[in-house]
Every structure is written in structure tokens, then in C-alpha cells.
Design a protein around this ligand. Sequence first.
Ligand SMILES: *Cc1c(COP(=O)(O)O)cnc(C)c1O
Length: 464
Amino acid sequence: MVSKRVVNQKKRENKMRYGKGHNRFLDNDVPKYEFPEGKMEPRAAYQLIHDELNLDGNPDLNLATFVTTWMEPEADQLIMENLHKNFIDHFEYPQVKEIEERIVNIMANIYNVPDKDDFIGTSTIGSSEAIMLGLLAHKWNWRQKRLKENKPADKPNIVFGGDTHVSWDKFARYFDVEPRIVPIARDHFTIEPEDVKKMIDENTIAVGVVLGTTFTGEFDPVFEINQMLVDLKKTKGLDIPIHVDAASAGFITPFYEPDFKWDFRLEQVKSINTSGHKFGLVYPGLGWLIFRNEHLLPEELKFYVNYLGDEMPTYTLNFSEGSSMVVAQYYNILRLGKKGYGEIVSKMMNNANYLAKKLTESGEFEVINGAKHIPVVTFKLKNVESSKAFDLSYRIRERGWIVPAYSLPPNAQDTTIMRVVVRENFTADMVDIFVEDILNAKKSITNMISGGKQTDPRKGHPVS
Ligand SMILES: *Cc1c(COP(=O)(O)O)cnc(C)c1O
């Protein structure tokens, strides 16, 4: 999203000036903010854009993101082969739709739906769309129930923690639902069932539970929150659904901790989202949304398109989108199986724990979350103010590493932490190099502090 004001603030040249003879394919300036009048050779356009994008960070050194940056060449090939198919065009491309249906079944089954013939789900562009669609269905169901009981249905609220991703706030604002945000506990940075309980009433459309949180990678206590809601149903007759935001853990926990009960094995868990493009190991953008039972997705929210004479229901916010990532997800599922996903997860968890151990042993960092459930390590600086993490984040960028520094949500907002997401390509060898680099960087900013030189207060990278 860009406004004219933002463009102007950059005070950049209005033209891309290569200078005559600099680029062998190009000898004219190119307008930056106007539609060009004339044409350009394909090679010139390619080179111009290719060179400019070299300024972006190296995705493999981006330790900030959960999002996949590498896939196997065979997956890349399938992606190229399906780029030109519009996913929504089920009439033209029924086989892609068939593959989506298989994956929805596969996901429902690994999330342990109680009835293998009664669930519903869809692919989405990511977890954000899946969260919007899941919560929208719960809002609709709540309203229908209230109207049936002849009760007012104009003040819906939703209860979730301060540890949730921005997409939850987005849902509340865009769909006009009052957000009731549970403060996180000071010592462990997730929410408590008792605090959730205090915020619930008859107008609560759903309770949000996150596995693992964007801030520290920890899990909200899903088992205990479910138990509290089951009790509430028995004692007060309030039947509040849980939506589990498993954007990151949805492709980890089923393989790494199969006995951990977080999914449809818990009675009040009615919908789950996950990001295919995080630990589903597919490039962006792909997400999944699964409802425990078919009736949870109201008929009025489905739209029907023709599909080889049949009527196919769709539940999406946008219409046209690519087919490639659904195909790529299917590739990973077939290629890796539970065994392959499990091995990759174990490797990532081992490397994350190795990183946590090395950071602790250095004496320069305090590890806050050392990869308990997902391969994320969060830590704060020792022996200096925690806010120096902003300087450190900026300084290690010199070596190409992208590691965000940010402050925690309310109740712990004075603490600035840093986060590393250990993805598959971050090997133990790279952990060694990274730790050496971050220790050197820390030494250099500490020397600057003791030498009396001022460092720029830098803003942290946004949490993604
Ligand atoms: C990444 C993330 C999201 C948003 O997911 P997208 O797939 O990027 O839309 C939502 N919730 C959590 C917990 C996340 O980690």
C-alpha cells in the first residue's frame, strides 16, 4: 500500500537514471512514477528490474520470517507449470480443485476431526484470510442463534490474547466485532484461562488461541482454555467456540508432538487455520482453514460456481488466485509424508536448541524461549539495556543477517527482545557463524556505548 505522500517523502529522483552506456541494453532514462510512453526491449526490462531487486535482503539469511524461502527443483517446476491457471476456474481446471479437496481431507485428518465424513475446509491465500473466514462464520452462527432466541444481536465481541498476530485485530475492526484483548502473563508471555473467562459473556462469538505466538513462539494453554469452556458450557449454558490460530504450529505439532492435544480432539475447538507457506514448506501465499463440522460454515456464506454441470461452493474473500501453491503443497505432502516432515521438524528443532544453548553459554544473552514447541528462539540482551537490541539488529544486518528486535505486548512492554526463526536451511554450521557475528556486533555496540559515542535509535523491523 502506497500513497502519493509516501512516495514524495522518499524525495527520490523521478527517473531511473542508468547513465548512458552503463547498462548495455538501455540508453534512455525510464520514468519511475509515470506510465512509460514507449516500449523497451525484454532484455533491458529484465536487467533493469533484476539489478534493482538485488538491493533486497538475501531470503536465506532472513531469520525474521516464518515464510518458506526454498523448495526443491521439482516443486519449482510444478509451480512454473501451473502459474497460468486461475485457481477459481474450477470448470477449466477441475484437477487442481481435486487436489485442493484431497489436501483439505488430509489436513482434517491430521487435525483429528471426530467424524471423517463431516467437516469442511478450504485453501486460502494465507492464515490471515483463513482467520477472517473462520471468525466470520463464528460471528454469523452467533447472530443466527441470538436471533432465534429473540435476543439482541448487535454487540458481538471476540476474546483473544495480546499475544496474537495483527490479523486478529484486523478481523475485529474490518468486521465490526468488539475485540476483548486478554493481557499476557508477565512471566510467560501467553494468556491464562482465568483471564479469558472474565472477558466472556453471551455476546462472545469465539475465543482465539494461538500456537505458537508471533512474539515468542510459545503456545497459549489450549487444553486448559478448552477445559474452562467445557465447564462454562455445563454450568452456564454458554457454548463458545475456540478458533485455533496454528499458523506456525499447524505443520509442526502433528509430526513433532503427535500426542499433544490441541486440535479437534478438544471439544470446543471448532476451527483451525495454518499457513502452508510457513512450516507447510511452500512459498507464499497459501493457507488452510478447517471447520470441525460442515454445519459450522453457514450456507449463506457459501457462493456457488458452476463446475462441470455441478454447483461447487466457494468460501473466499478474493476471487482469482494462482494454482501453483496448492499444487506445491501437494508435492510436499506426497514427497515428504509424515516421515519427511517429521525429520525436517526434528532437524530444525535440534538446530534451534543448539542456537539457544550457544546464546546462553556466551553469557551475553538471556534466552526467553528456546524452541519448546516450534523452532523459534527469542532472547534479550544481557549486561546492557534490552532496548539496545534495536542497534544490534541494525548492526548484524551488515553481515546480511535479518533479525528483528521488538517490544513485547502490554504487561511486558518494557522488554525488547530479538527473534530467530530456525528454518530448514539454517544449519548448525550457520548457527556457529551467526553466533560469532552477533557476539562481534554486540561487542562493537557496547564499545560505542562505553566510548561515549551515541548510536542512532533505530526502529525495529515489524513483526511478520
Ligand atoms: C504468520 C501468522 C499469521 C498470519 O499469517 P499469514 O499466512 O502471513 O497471513 C497469523 N497468526 C500467526 C500466529 C502467525 O504466525
